[in-house]
Structure formats: C-alpha cells, structure tokens
Write a protein that binds this ligand. Structure first.
Ligand SMILES: Cc1cc2nc3c(=O)[nH]c(=O)nc-3n(C[C@H](O)[C@H](O)[C@H](O)COP(=O)(O)OP(=O)(O)OC[C@H]3O[C@@H](n4cnc5c(N)ncnc54)[C@H](O)[C@@H]3O)c2cc1C
Length: 401
C-alpha cells in the first residue's frame, strides 16, 4: 500500500542516544524531525555510560542539567590498577577537579536512564514525531529533497516521505551509510566485552566503591563504576576471544567459566567483585578504521551521526559522547538557513570528522596500552606510577568540543 508523500523537514533514522540527541537539538533550532526507529519498542539494553566533561557540558547546554544530575553518579576519581598485583598505577581526580579544570562534571549514568530522558524531552517538545518498528529506504535524492520509503515491520506497508534532509543515526550496522560511502562491513576487533550490573549491596563493605576503576592486565582489562545514584556497580570485562557466530546480534548470554579462562589469574580483590556477579552478557566488539575525511560523514542531503559514522572501541568511553557532540554541531549547521542543505551537512562533516577520527584512534591506542604484557607491561606500570594524573587526563578531549 502506498500513501501520498508526507512532508518533513528532517528525517532521522535510528532512535538511539545519537538519533534522539539529534532530534532534540535540531527541534530546538526549529526543525520538525521525524525519528524512525527499527525496534518495536524503545529500549536501551546494556548498562553504564561514562560521560566526560565534554559530554555533560553539551547536555547541560540543552537545559538537561537538573535531570542529568538527578539520574547520574559523580565518581570521586578514575584510578588505574594492575589486575594481577593490585598495585595502583595512577589516578585522575574527577569530582571537584573536573569542574575546576573543565567547567563541567564527569558523570556515570545508566544507558536506559539517559535514553529515557532524551526520549521524554523529544516527545514533550512536541516538535518531533517518533515512529517505531519501521525501516527506511532512500528512493531518490534531487534538488527538491529526498524521497524516502518508511516500511512498517513486519507487515511491510509503505509510507512515502519527502524530506529536506536525512540523518543516519542507525548505529554500527547502519543501512544509511550506503548512501554516503561505499558499503563495507564493520571490522571484528577480536575482543569481547562481558558486561553486568550488580547491586552494590551484594558486595562486602570494603568493595563498595565511588570511583571508576580500570584494572589493566595482560590481554585483559576491567572497568568498574557506580551507576543509579551509586546503588549499582557497572562492570565491563574486555578479553580476547572468538566472536559468537552472529556479530550483528550484539547481546549474547555469557558463561562465567569462559570468562575466567580468558582472564587468567587476577588479584583477589578483583576476583571477589567478579565472583559476586550472578549473570553476564556478552558483546563482540566491532569498530571501523578512523574516519579519513569529511566525505565519510555526509553526502548531499544525507549525513551520518554517531556509531553509523564512526563506531569506536569503548576504551576511551566516548562513543555515545561523540554522538551527542555530533548532534550539537548538526543542529547548529541545520540552523544555517542561508545555506542549501547539502552545504549545511558539508559544514557539519568538516567540523566533526577530525575530532571523531582522533577519538577513534585514541580508543584503539588505549586498548593496546591497557592490554600490554611482559616487559612492556612493567614499563607501562613504571611510567604510569611516575607520571600519574597528567598521563590519565585527556585535556584535548574533555575541554572540547
Ligand atoms: C562495552 C561498551 C561500553 C561502552 N561505554 C561507553 C561509555 O562509557 N561512554 C560512551 O560515551 N559510550 C560508550 N559506549 C559506546 C556507545 O554505547 C555507543 O557509541 C552509542 O550507543 C552509539 O549511539 P548511536 O545512537 O550512534 O547508535 P545506537 O545506540 O546503536 O542506536 C542506533 C539505533 O538505530 C536503530 N536502527 C538500526 N538500524 C535501523 C534502521 N535501518 N532504521 C531505523 N532504525 C534503525 C537501532 O535499533 C538503534 O535504536 C560503549 C559501548 C560498548 C560496546
């Protein structure tokens, strides 16, 4: 069935953190976005998200300060420890220092809380429309705009949209990418992320923490931090491993014995925390090589945003952060009504690509440093202990965008 075309100024494919952030920011600039999401219900699986000062600054500028602070947790410091010896290698003070150095806090939040907040803001703005359980396909792009078919799932009836512009915020396995760059698959990193969320009360008093702790060891690292007002501990363990058959299905049941085998020996304190977890989920980690230029983020009236454009390894904890920064710049460029849409998206890509590429590169490098083994591991530990905080801080990232 085919309806007559529906006019929209901006169509956003994907209602994840990036797509909703883009809808909110563009609606504030006068756009009337339509967000089309493939999933049947909006649901954000997964667990925690760390948000550096660069990210909280952006969200606060959208008027979300009170709500974010009510939902998030402000860790005291980010510390690095050796996963076998337990030795502390260095620490970055976060709480007051992040405010002093960067004028915005370093926070942790549950993904679902952030997603729900963005969703509620987008819905209550009245400007954006949301459609679930649909997929879109670009039919034609010309001087008049973009013609897009929205196919409802699973029935498959079509609604045709005429829109001025399209934003592909449809994640790692983006369909929209094909309209901007030659299609290639994301690359498997050979790394697996085991994730869990543990009520803090399940831990003995001495293991309850208010910090982000990164335990680094040979071919393994573990990231722990509180979320949900400190009531839960978010755990991510990254090990080398065979990806489950379906890479695209990102959430798999996991077996603790496989995790123990992959990790090898770990310090008793870390072991006790890991053993308290009743069930793990497993994510095969995929990324793409860093962006090479602005042409990989936009073409004509179609722009890519977040993981659709620059999926990265989570070792700098900035994937969602970069999607949020993208959204802020996209909205500023959208507001340039003196420019044709293709020039606005060109400007967006020009502003964003190099920073995204730098974060992609730095994320890969962090992973290598975390996983060093043998003499290189000892060397890393010595340097970290000697240099401490300045080595862990990332001013070019946190002071931006
Ligand atoms: C282990 C791990 C830890 C992480 N930790 C952090 C962290 O601490 N801080 C941080 O900033 N980032 C972190 N990240 C990265 C972060 O999760 C991602 O970068 C972020 O979720 C990307 O958001 P997105 O909106 O671009 O994509 P997604 O969250 O993937 O959203 C894409 C949306 O598009 C929908 N979709 C897909 N295809 C279509 C289609 N054809 N049509 C319509 N809709 C479609 C999907 O259903 C989904 O809702 C982590 C990632 C991992 C794996």
């Amino acid at each position: 069935m085919q309806n007559s075309p529906v006019e929209k100024s901006l169509l956003i494919a994907g209602g994840g953190i990036g797509g909703l952030a883009a809808a909110l920011a563009c609606a504030a600039q006068g756009a009337k976005p339509l967000v089309i999401e493939r999933a049947k219900v909006f649901s954000e699986l997964g667990a925690g998200i760390q948000m550096g000062p660069n990210v909280t600054r952006t969200l606060f500028a959208w008027g979300l300060e009170k709500e974010i602070e009510a939902l998030a947790f402000a860790p005291k410091k980010l510390e690095l420890r050796d996963s076998q010896s337990g030795q502390t290698l260095g620490a970055l003070r976060l709480a007051d220092r992040a405010m002093q150095a960067y004028g915005a806090p370093y926070l942790t939040i549950h993904r679902a809380d952030l997603h729900q907040l963005l969703l509620q803001k987008v819905s209550s703005s009245g400007a954006a429309e949301l459609q679930l359980h649909r997929e879109i396909e670009v039919i034609k792009e010309d001087d008049q705009g973009v013609t897009v078919n929205g196919r409802s799932l699973p029935e498959g009836f079509f609604e045709t949209h005429m829109t001025e512009a399209v934003v592909g915020a449809d994640g790692l396995w983006s369909d929209m990418r094909q309209y901007v760059v030659a299609p290639t698959l994301p690359r498997a990193t050979g790394l697996l992320a085991y994730r869990a969320l543990l009520p803090m009360e399940k831990l003995s008093e001495k293991l309850r923490t208010q910090n982000v702790t990164v335990w680094v060891g040979p071919c393994v690292h573990v990231v722990l931090y509180p979320v949900k007002g400190g009531g839960f501990l978010n755990l991510v363990v990254v090990v080398k491993g065979q990806s489950p058959e379906s890479l695209e299905k990102w959430d798999h049941a996991a077996n603790k014995r496989d995790l123990d085998l992959a990790m090898g020996p770990v310090h008793a304190e870390l072991k006790e925390v890991l053993n308290a977890v009743p069930a793990w989920r497993l994510w095969p980690l995929c990324d793409r090589p860093p962006l090479q230029g602005p042409e990989e983020m936009a073409k004509g009236r179609i722009a890519l945003l977040g993981d659709a454009a620059h999926p990265m390894r989570p070792f700098l904890a900035q994937g969602a952060g970069m999607a949020i920064e993208d959204a802020a710049v996209l909205a500023t460029c959208w507001a340039r009504s003196d420019l044709p849409v293709s020039q606005r998206w060109k400007l967006y890509a020009k502003v964003r690509w190099a920073r995204n590429a730098k974060v992609q590169q730095a994320s890969v490098r962090n992973g290598h440093i975390f996983h060093l083994q043998g003499p290189l591991r000892w060397g890393r530990n010595l340097v970290m202990r000697a240099l401490g905080e300045p080595l862990i801080d990332v001013p070019w990232l946190y002071a931006g965008p």
